[in-house]
Design a protein around this ligand. Structure first.
Ligand code: XMP
Length: 512
């Protein structure tokens, strides 16, 4: 086990993820619980995360001193480096203000940490975090890397295998960062890569059992991958103590609702309440044009319907959610500053308080691709697990202007053709998300000998790692032409197709 002591950095889970990628088991514990965890887990290596605190403030958090006495390797990152330096007898001074940014690390001497990767004299790009500064090294430490603003950017106590980095190796902006972490767990700590998603599944099941006991759990299914994987995992842990409620708002893609129902009832035999609430949603959405008003309407109705169904099945002690790690950090901006609401995201937030339930969130530490891997591990079909993300408010936010049943039908047909062609071209998996948007704009066309006056359909496809930033996908024109021809020929109500070439930022992925 690698113990990761969390001092509150926004990216601590990325450290855990990098260690998992090496096939090594890790646990993230907040610094307040680190001493206890250190004793029970008996880790083979420790990583100290970054964090917002400042070491020269007397009461800032510290690592348990025994971490440095156990003769195991320790890697301190940013704040972790500062506290390690200070706890081992070095000196740290307050800097002016924190800042994040790209910098060049100059390698000064060899180290096991970058053996086979970097040579002395070379310069490498790293993602820095300047804040406090080390002004005197602790005994035993040597400088292995410097940068323009940080004379102690990379320090090492070779004998004790302690490493301190002023930059973040866990973020993708440090191109060799993952390999540094790999070297730390594999070469320096000598750990073997035997941990798998199967092992994660076993642990997650044990945890769910311990948390829930004999209690009843209710899970809101959205039809998406996250809530489905969470539900299947929880069912494996506690069987029929789980009830799933699928609120079908009628805003899903073609055949999607049926697929969810047959997967749960047929394949897994998981108790499922399927509520067809499409009439209600359409009625309440009638005439609502403003994007935020639509989102709020859908969110409110979802909670109402879910709440009513939950009371019908006799309530529950726990609410299960497919919350992922990016959902957890999304609301907190990286720089810690106040962030404006671009869109009100629709999830079941608000429900736990209203229904007085505790949360079960077994995917809280995972990233999207890891949830997919877990889904495969649990036997979910590839076609389901690999599906593009789909927003909670569904097709409603892909029909700018007021939503009607007719518009949704047109959109569903066009969307299905578009996705079919993308699959056929072998592009589905290289694209993060692809979908059609039905515009409230009509244009003149000519079909056969007649005049048409129909809607414009926009196609969107983007690549992205996490949905936070995205690039439009550069299809070739022949492909786009083929899709446009098919849609105009096969879908009544569309006579013009355009392609969206906006990246995010400045656009968002969805249109509303
Ligand atoms: P935007 O449009 O903000 O979308 O660039 C980023 C990612 O989030 C998805 N999305 C949502 N997902 N509830 C969700 O669960 C929502 O309300 C919601 N709105 C957008 C979007 O599809 C993209 O993957």
């Amino acid at each position: 086990t690698v113990l990761i002591i969390d001092f509150g950095s926004q990216v601590t889970q990325l450290i855990a993820r990098r260690v998992r990628e090496e096939g090594v088991y890790s646990e993230v514990v907040p610094f307040q619980k680190a001493a206890e965890a250190f004793r029970t887990l008996k880790p083979k290596a420790v990583i100290l995360s970054g964090g917002p605190a400042s070491v020269p403030d007397g009461d800032s958090p510290r690592a348990p001193q025994e971490v440095f006495e156990a003769q195991i390797p320790v890697l301190g990152i940013c704040y972790g480096q500062m506290t390690m330096a200070e706890q081992l007898g070095g000196q740290v001074e307050s800097g002016h203000h924190r800042e994040f940014g790209r910098a060049t690390l100059k390698v000064e001497a060899e180290s096991d940490l970058f053996e086979g990767l970097w040579q002395p004299g070379e310069g490498h790009t790293v993602w820095m975090s300047h804040g406090d500064r080390i002004t005197a090294l602790p005994p035993g430490f040597k400088v292995k890397g410097t940068s323009a603003n940080a004379p102690f950017a990379l320090i090492e106590d070779e004998a004790r295998r302690f490493y301190g980095l002023m930059f973040h190796p866990e973020v993708v902006h440090t191109p060799d960062g993952a390999r540094l972490i790999s070297n730390f767990v594999r070469k320096v700590a000598g750990l073997e890569g035997t941990w798998t998603m199967g092992a994660f599944r076993e642990r997650a099941i044990a945890r769910i059992r311990a948390q829930v006991g004999k209690g009843r759990v209710i899970c809101g299914l959205s039809g998406g991958v996250d809530s489905s994987v969470a539900a299947v995992l929880i069912h494996e842990a506690i069987g029929d103590q789980l009830t799933c409620v699928f609120v079908d708002h009628g805003l899903m893609r073609q055949a999607e609702a049926d697929e969810v129902v047959s997967l749960f009832r047929g394949h897994y035999n998981i108790p499922l309440v399927h509520v067809d609430a499409s009439e209600l949603f359409l009625k309440e959405l009638a005439g609502v044009e403003d994007p935020e008003a639509k989102r709020k309407t859908i969110g409110r109705l979802f909670i109402d319907v879910f709440d009513a169904e939950a009371s019908k099945v006799g309530g529950a002690d726990f609410l299960a959610q497919g919350t992922l790690y990016p959902d957890v950090i999304e609301s907190v901006s990286f720089a810690g500053g106040p962030s404006v609401t671009i869109k009100s995201h629709h999830n079941v937030g608000g429900l736990p308080e209203r229904m007085n339930m505790k949360l079960v969130e077994p995917l809280r530490d995972l990233f999207k691709d890891e949830v997919r891997a877990l889904g495969r591990e649990l036997g979910l079909p590839e076609s389901f697990v690999g599906r593009h993300p789909f927003p909670g408010p569904g097709l409603a936010i892909r029909c700018p202007g007021a939503v009607t049943r007719e518009k949704l039908d047109i959109l569903r047909q066009a969307d299905a053709i578009y996705l079919e062609e993308i699959r056929y071209a072998g592009l589905y998996d290289v694209i993060w998300q692809a979908f059609a948007v039905l515009l409230p704009v009509r244009t003149v066309g000519v079909m056969g000998d007649g005049r048409t006056y129909d809607n414009v359909l926009a196609l969107r496809a983007v690549t992205s790692v996490d949905g936070m930033t995205a690039d439009f996908y550069p299809f070739d024109m022949a492909f786009l032409g083929r899709v446009a021809t098919r849609i105009i020929n096969e879908v009544k109500g569309v006579n013009r197709v355009v392609y969206d070439v906006t990246s995010k930022p400045p656009g968002t992925i969805e249109w509303e």
